[in-house]
Design a protein around this ligand. Structure first.
Ligand code: ATP
Ligand code: LTN
Length: 332
């Protein structure tokens, strides 16, 4: 039998997730979990590169796990764990730091964006973010990394660092490939459709959070920016707002873009926006209910994380000990 490939992804528990995270990341994970050996992390070490409130970070970590489960990620099939529970991430990051150049980190788009947004706290961790992410991916000998398009540069650098290590020592890391979905790899802000929808956007009315109640979801869609035209057709260049709404509708219903266009042929923007809002609200309700149910099951969540940490550590330590051997760390 052919060996199963390994899939790795993670989300930072920095805020409530948006429908961008759901469509761009989690939904694909649930579709992919049957075909791969999957690791899904809650990247709390990445999260602290921007200042967090400790009690909130702790709670958001559990919220995120409950959400993974509520969206249908199955702990029998996948390893779900908290990044800081596996010390090998920090350990490999240190080694990889010695193979990474300051100049290339300074040029990373996300680093530049976040430095501008958090000018008072441009810390070393923020700059090192991509190296920690490379450590995450490479520890598990990952084949594929399903992420949104905004993470492209980070996966590229992980590949470069892996290759650099393999060339400097000997083949050690598998070279990972990013995996983007055709529809929904980039969901945009409802108020500024030229920007990606983000969970830490300045104006929360442009982002739809998975925790938003029905009225809030519908209100946000009603106010979504479209254009002065009339036609409901997919044309991201000229009709960014309408195209974004069509992508969201298509992702939430499983219809193709042309089926989505057909559903709204001849209808007005107002009706269209309301229909998309209702569709999204209908799909979020059961996820929210299941998440709340799971959050009350503390022992169960604890068990999932304990078993996740154990399984992840085992795989990660296998790679780390190879690395330590190759670089000449004296081993006991
Ligand atoms: P922040 O605003 O705090 O930087 P974020 O909303 O960009 O966060 P991340 O934790 O950085 O979220 O990303 C988690 C996953 O969700 C990644 O795979 C990312 O590519 C994906 N993702 C985030 N935003 C979108 C979006 N608007 N469209 C599609 N995928 C997205
Ligand atoms: N930076 C990622 C989150 C993340 C990640 C990873 C994604 C941390 N480690 C490893 C894939 C693989 C983001 O989506 N913002």
């Amino acid at each position: 039998m052919e060996e199963r490939k390994t899939l790795y992804s993670a989300i930072q528990p920095t805020n409530n997730l948006t429908i961008g995270n759901l469509i761009g990341a989690i939904k694909n994970w649930t579709n992919l979990q049957n075909g791969y050996d999957c690791f899904f992390a809650i990247a709390n070490m990445h999260a602290i590169t921007v200042r967090q409130v400790p009690a909130e970070l702790r709670q958001k970590t559990l919220n995120m796990l409950a959400l993974y489960l509520a969206c249908g990620i199955d702990p029998e099939k996948c390893v779900m764990y908290v990044q800081s529970h596996v010390p090998a991430h920090a350990e490999l990051c240190w080694v990889l730091n010695t193979l990474t150049y300051v100049g290339e980190m300074e040029r990373m788009t996300q680093f530049k964006d976040k430095s501008a947004r958090h000018a008072e706290n441009i810390n070393m961790g923020l700059m090192d973010y991509p190296v920690l992410m490379a450590a995450d991916i490479l520890l598990y000998q990952t084949d594929v990394v399903p992420v949104g398009l905004d993470q492209r540069q980070h996966v590229e650098i992980a590949r470069d660092i892996a290759q650099r290590f393999n060339n400097a020592f000997s083949p050690t890391f598998k070279i990972p490939e990013a995996l983007y979905m055709k529809v929904g790899a980039k969901i945009n802000d409802l108020l500024d459709p030229s920007k990606k929808m983000s969970k830490s956007a300045e104006n929360p009315n442009g982002s739809v959070f998975l925790s938003d109640d029905r009225d809030t979801v519908i209100r946000k869609f009603r106010r979504a920016v479209t254009d002065s035209g009339l036609e409901i057709k997919y044309d991201p260049e000229n009709k960014a707002g309408v195209s974004n709404l069509l992508s969201i509708y298509s992702a939430f219903t499983g219809k193709t873009i042309s089926e989505a266009e057909a559903d709204f042929a001849g209808r007005g923007y107002g009706e269209f926006k309301l229909a998309v809002g209702e569709t999204v609200a209908d799909r979020l309700a059961p996820i929210q209910k299941e998440q709340a149910r799971l959050l009350a099951e503390k022992d169960y969540l604890d068990g999932v994380l304990r078993s996740g940490a154990e399984r992840a550590s085992k795989a990660a330590n296998r790679t780390l000990s190879k690395v330590y051997k190759k670089i000449g760390f004296f081993q006991l």
